[in-house]
Design a protein. Sequence first.
Length: 292
Amino acid sequence: MPEQDTMVAKEFHEDVPQENRGFFLKGSASYDWGMQNRLSRIFNPDTGRTVMLAVDHGYFQGPTTGLERIDLSIVPLVRHADALMCTRGILRSVVPATENHAIVVRASGGPSILKELSDEEVALDVEDALRMNVSALAVQVFVGGEFETRSIHNMTQLVDRGLRFGMPVMAVTAVGRDMVRDAKYLRLACRMAAELGAQFVKTYYVPEGFSTITASCPVPIVMAGGKKLPELDALTMAYRAVEEGASGVDMGRNIFQSADPDAMIQAVRAVVHDGKNPQEAHDEFLAHLATA
Ligand code: R5P
């Protein structure tokens, strides 16, 4: 028999109405608890932003410079990231399960850099994503690419399956080799991804009109890093992106190919979460570098 609750003094706080809480993230108020909880692991509820560390490059280009040994070069950095974006192969083989940060797992794939990159298919079952306890799925969308429709269909399939289990989907707007990377194109790609159900979108920064991309996308946008730049330029790009409406960054090469990846990810955090300007963050980067 369960013990009886014999306490006399109970605290009902009848004079304090229960608060009806909203949800901090753009366009995400109507999701179920599990979906919002997963999004809150990726996006810091205090700042509304995220620093994601992208290391999934091997899924189509093999051991990319800086990712030859993820166990040695990346695992020590994860403590500075809000989320690690990786493949399930890397997650299971080298990321310790004691790692308590959010994981965004690559869920599409197929072609290597030797072939047509837009020729992807769904490459992960949502059941396996649940088994790994990840916080979101990542899928490429190749708007304007040869296999545009299939890549969008990959995304909508994952969105449908994800909604059954409260699993968000991040659409990555991949830009083909010969395509123009401008605001007009990225507005189209980001808006399509959001309209068709992606919970958040990863896209590139463009100096002209980036705020029109974020304004016309009804869900959060995270900025992709792209090719390695000098550290101050990469920090300036991240700063401008969040100033112009991005909800954070998902950077890879500009962190792990930096002269000091540990210092660089901390500098990116300073820009994204602490409101530091690029020069201040770069000064912090140089100070870390000097003591390394
Ligand atoms: C690209 O398609 C991969 O999914 C990467 O995760 C990412 O977009 C590349 O990161 P970065 O451009 O910052 O190296």
